[in-house]
Ligand binder design. Structure first.
Ligand code: GLC
Length: 478
């Protein structure tokens, strides 16, 4: 019996090593020295802004998905005939007029919160371009769109410039699938799902037109919009696949009605061309295993553990990715704790705010940014330029460490309505050292008692008495 248990344990351990290995294998580190360097710098930034904005915002519905004929919750649309619904959806172009658009105000608020980069939806799956492309009239700068008359009509350009003026990096979200392009959804056929709706092998010229269309638009973004730091490509089902990979999809037990096929837009070529125009550009071909995904992007979730490669969680601040009229926003405390959890695990947080059809943000969004900013002003040094440090968490305490090892930070997250305790124990400080410990934003040294591997930190009395100090108290250990 004991032998069987032993064998079982060995099998389980080797299976888990295998699983771990598969997990790590999904990341391909860059080799271009400029990309390596930029990726390192990007990991110092920690905190960015994502925005989903388009004509769909007028209805307060999900971005793009309501024109996709999949039986999924996020594809919900009113029960009416699909053709007339899609016409109305596309007709939203004719009324999109966000006259209160003021990207300078957004950029200032984002910078005030300590955000260091922006990623903006230049084109979502529905194909509507929020930039002035030459290759379609389904765009914000076309005369059919009322906002085209506004001097700030090329909103992508305005946003990138405004955020750069505040010292932030610029990232272009771009959807590879395009549900408006006749080269992706050929009007000759119905559109059963998110995929290309014709057989790419049978109509190679049509597909080649799509590849050209995609590459041309991305080159426009790389040429005419100043310095672009990140090309954030969504729609991972548009990917190069060999026959075996397609078969693996189609025969998977959870395979539904997704008409997967090889949808090769020649990403290697595209990334190389883009980097000729934007040296060192970070390319994030989301969810596509391979060298064109410089960092990974867990969606609307924080990974449970530290990850062994560069990553960024994109997370909604309130409502959905796109504007909703009744959005409930996460609290400032929740957001700061989430940022801490992510940074302690070695990631970045890309926080989504959805602009309204008028071109404004909800007051609640500004309020949250201010709340975060107040905390960051005092505690930012425990966030930026740090790397993960085991054990990244012990109860309410999270760890970060300066890249060069010059300081360790203990970030004590205080729950709503809770007080700082008079003392707490940690085990992540090297035994034998006699460090100096200070609380960021407070004068004076912190007392502690070391015993073996663990250290009891005595929280200064003035802090314990004052319950109103912060969402998280940061102890710098040097
Ligand atoms: C999901 C949504 C997509 C959105 C993305 C952002 O994939 O379906 O619409 O753009 O999340 O991460």
């Amino acid at each position: 019996m004991k032998r069987i248990i032993n064998i079982l344990i060995i099998v389980l351990i080797s299976l888990s090593i295998q699983a771990q290995h598969d997990y790590n294998k999904k990341y391909y580190p860059p080799t271009d020295p400029l990309v390596v360097q930029k990726l390192e710098q990007w990991q110092d930034l920690k905190f960015g802004l994502l925005m989903h904005w388009g004509p769909y915002s007028q209805w307060g519905v999900v971005e793009s998905w309501s024109i996709c004929s999949e039986d999924e919750g996020w594809c919900k649309r009113p029960e009416e005939d699909y053709i007339s619904y899609k016409k109305k959806y596309e007709g939203l172009q004719n009324t999109f007029n966000p006259t209160q658009f003021d990207p300078g105000k957004w950029a200032k608020a984002a910078a005030g919160a300590g955000m260091k980069y922006v990623v903006f939806t230049t084109k979502h799956h529905d194909g509507f371009c929020m930039f002035d492309t030459k290759f379609t009239d389904y765009k914000i700068t076309d005369s059919k769109t009322p906002f085209s008359k506004n001097p700030k009509a090329n909103v992508a350009k305005e946003i990138f410039n405004a955020f750069r003026n505040e010292g932030m990096w610029a990232g272009a979200y771009f959807s590879k699938p395009d549900w408006h392009s006749p080269y992706y959804w050929w009007p000759n056929f119905a559109t059963p799902d998110r995929n290309v709706n014709y057989d790419v092998k049978k109509y190679p010229e049509r597909w080649e037109n799509f590849v050209q269309y995609t590459q041309n638009q991305i080159m426009e973004l790389m040429s005419d919009y100043g310095k672009i730091d990140i090309l954030w490509l969504d729609g991972g089902w548009v990917e190069k696949m060999n026959a075996d990979q397609v078969k693996a999809y189609v025969t998977a037990p959870d395979y539904k009605f997704m008409h997967i096929q090889n949808q090769d837009v020649r990403m290697d070529e595209l990334a190389a061309k883009a980097r000729q125009l934007q040296p060192g550009l970070l390319v994030v071909d989301r969810a596509v295993e391979g060298p064109n995904q410089n960092y990974l992007t867990p969606e609307n979730q924080v990974p449970k553990e530290m990850l062994a490669y560069p990553w960024e969680s994109c997370i909604i601040m309130g409502g959905g990715w796109s504007y909703s009229f009744d959005a409930q926003y996460k609290s400032g405390r929740e957001l700061v704790h989430m940022l801490i959890d992510i940074v302690a695990k070695g990631g970045n947080l890309l926080l989504n705010i959805a602009p309204s059809p008028k071109g404004t943000w909800d007051d609640a969004a500004y309020q949250r940014l201010q709340d975060i900013g107040k905390w960051m002003d005092i505690n930012g040094e425990s966030i930026y330029g740090n790397r993960k440090s085991a054990p990244y968490q012990e109860g309410p305490v999270y760890y970060t460490r300066k890249k060069d090892g010059s300081a360790l930070y203990l970030l004590y997250c205080v729950k709503e309505g809770e007080k700082m305790p008079e003392e707490f124990k940690v085990t992540g400080i090297e035994p034998g050292k006699k460090p100096t410990i200070e609380v960021l934003g407070f004068k004076g040294k912190v007392n502690y008692v070391q015993s073996g591997k663990s250290m009891t930190i005595k929280v200064p009395k003035s802090i314990v008495r004052n319950n109103d100090f912060s969402y998280a108290l940061v102890f710098r250990v040097k």
